[in-house]
Design a protein around this ligand. Structure first.
Ligand SMILES: [Zn+2]
Length: 550
């Protein structure tokens, strides 16, 4: 099926000729071949899946830099170059298995990592040995606005807190996902030194124990700040572990309420089990080995044309890294394809960004605000390159007025709608909807709110620094829902995400046009994007910024 471009062209032709020639400047043409060419290069086996810190990712970074260079953009990386080099600390388990020992009324029981406990590694302490009494703190959440006060009346100073995974049933999912990710900081603020987490009925359904065990030995990455300290949002929480049932039952020995009753209570809508001191204590021992690797973000600026507004910046970002090569499994044939090429994740997003950059640089009508193009690293390791950039930006963070992030646009069908995760929180929702309307493309609401995607990609690192942001993806209409379902259960994070997929390159050109129109609208508007008045995230991260009436 053909794209909607002919329809848009027809609409333009219906404009009286004189007006068309004079008042409407030529819009750039978006090239399916250019999008394909970028993805072809980035998804080549030679780049071996563009893992953070790998040579393949370095090659990809040079490719993007060289494209930026050819477009005449301004380098905005380190020391006048295109690359912002980020140092990462990579921590792996030592050969001896970490252990968690429970002592209490039921006696002493030891569990080793990978069985009924999964013990987190410490980037700061290679020979971790922490022992303390336990306090159950419910979900371990605190937020006045949402009526969460799980530490009320509990003394956790010098102790290890025991939390339920997730957030109360029925709470808005984006707020819930954000607060869940801050539990260690809350525990630290109350003086705790460790944190254990237990599954709820709901969380165990979504993420069974066996699945958690599968990922338990992946390397742990964090970025290292220029002063040499590995970043940790809660360094006071020295030890952490997840517990399966036998271990959970052991720590509740002699407790007034058991884990089964607590889970039942948590499974009711709005259920918030109250905390209490446990009668057990634990000791966690974990040996780890760390090494440092570096990997670059690639950063370019297209200076704005408006003498005043060019001091404000819109960021268009896409992660360049992917997950590298899958380890061989016993019994694999020798020629088995194990390279995760990441054609759609996120070759497609980077290609889209490059095509937008080309159109923007070639346009006779320069954007009023300046535009930063960011190809980030370390996304697959936990949004690390974007976090580093947002905390060490090329221009002061207060001058960055908005971010659009492109991650894994599914260019597998002729999309007719797009989704902007986060559209409800700021004026970016209406900006996006209006920008793509002339293409016959509509903005759809988040089709999977339970996934909290708003807090799960690079753009969220900008949100946390107070910048309104959205994550843009192709929508569920016109075959999209089926394509998303098939991709997520098939080629996603799999060697099959390569050039053998039936990629719709016309959809790529149209997605680039959509993003060009959106980025332009953000760059050209008289007012910059703004948080909506009363929005949870705007109030939390940009309390003093001007707000818009929704
Ligand atoms: Zn991915």
């Amino acid at each position: 099926m053909k794209s909607l471009l002919p329809l848009a062209a027809t609409l333009f032709l219906s404009v009286p000729g004189a007006l068309n020639a004079q008042a409407v400047p030529a819009e750039p043409v978006f090239s399916a071949a250019a999008v394909r060419a970028h993805v072809e290069f980035l998804a080549d086996d030679l780049l071996k899946g563009r893992d953070t810190g790998s040579e393949g990712h370095e090659i990809a970074a040079r490719y993007v830099a060289s494209q930026f260079d050819g477009l005449g953009l301004t380098p905005a990386g380190d020391a006048g170059g295109w690359l912002q080099r980020v140092t990462f600390q990579k921590t792996d388990p030592a050969p001896e298995r970490a252990t968690l020992t429970v002592t209490g009324p039921g006696g002493t029981r030891s569990f080793s990592h990978g069985g009924d406990v999964l013990i987190g590694l410490s980037a700061a302490e290679p020979h971790l040995d922490v022992a303390a009494p336990l306090v159950f703190v419910g979900y371990g959440l605190e937020n006045r606005r949402l009526g969460l006060d799980d530490y009320a009346g509990l003394d956790v100073r010098g102790k290890i807190v025991v939390t339920l995974r997730g957030y109360p049933k029925g709470m808005p999912s984006e707020e819930g996902a954000h607060l869940s990710a801050t539990k260690a900081m809350v525990a630290q603020s109350h003086g705790a030194i460790g944190m254990l987490s237990l599954g709820t009925i709901q969380s165990m359904k979504a993420r069974p124990w066996a699945r958690m065990v599968q990922f338990a030995d992946a390397s742990d990455f964090t970025w290292v700040s220029p002063d040499g300290t590995p970043f940790d949002q809660a360094p006071g929480i020295r030890a952490g572990a997840s517990l399966n049932d036998p271990a959970a039952e052991a720590i509740f020995a002699g407790a007034p309420q058991g884990i089964a009753a607590i889970r039942k209570q948590a499974d009711r809508k709005g259920g918030k089990p109250r905390g209490f001191a446990l009668r057990t204590s634990i000791r966690i021992r974990a040996e780890s080995v760390s090494q440092r690797v570096t990997s670059p973000n690639v950063v370019a600026i297209l200076p704005g044309s408006d003498t005043t507004l060019k001091d404000q910046y819109v960021v268009l970002s896409a992660h360049l890294d992917h997950i590298g090569i899958s380890p061989a499994k016993p019994g694999d044939p020798a020629d088995k394809d194990r390279i995760n090429n990441g054609a759609l994740d996120n070759g497609a997003g980077v290609a889209t960004m490059l095509e937008v950059a080309r159109a923007m640089a070639m346009s006779p009508r320069k954007p009023r605000r300046s535009i930063i193009f960011l190809a980030s690293t370390g996304e697959e390791k936990g949004l690390l390159g974007a976090d580093y950039f947002a905390r060490h930006p090329a221009v002061p963070i207060g001058k960055i007025v908005g971010n659009v992030d492109l991650d894994m646009p599914l260019l597998l069908y002729p999309f007719t709608d797009i989704v902007a995760f986060g559209a409800d929180h700021s004026t970016l929702g209406p900006i996006v909807a209006k920008a793509v309307a002339p293409m016959g493309v509509t903005l759809s609401p988040d089709p999977m709110p339970q996934e909290s995607i708003f807090v799960r990609s690079d753009h969220y690192m900008f949100v946390k620094q107070g910048v309104p942001a959205v994550f843009l993806a192709t929508g569920f209409a016109n075959g999209g829902e089926q394509a998303w379902g098939a991709f997520l259960s098939g080629n996603y994070h799999h060697p099959g995400d390569d050039m053998n997929q039936k990629i719709d390159w016309d959809a790529g050109a149209r997605f680039a046009e959509a993003n060009y129109r959106i980025t332009r609208a953000m760059a050209d508007g008289d007012t910059p994007p703004m948080w909506n008045r009363g929005d949870f995230f705007g109030d939390l991260f940009a309390p003093n910024a001007a707000k818009a009436n929704k």
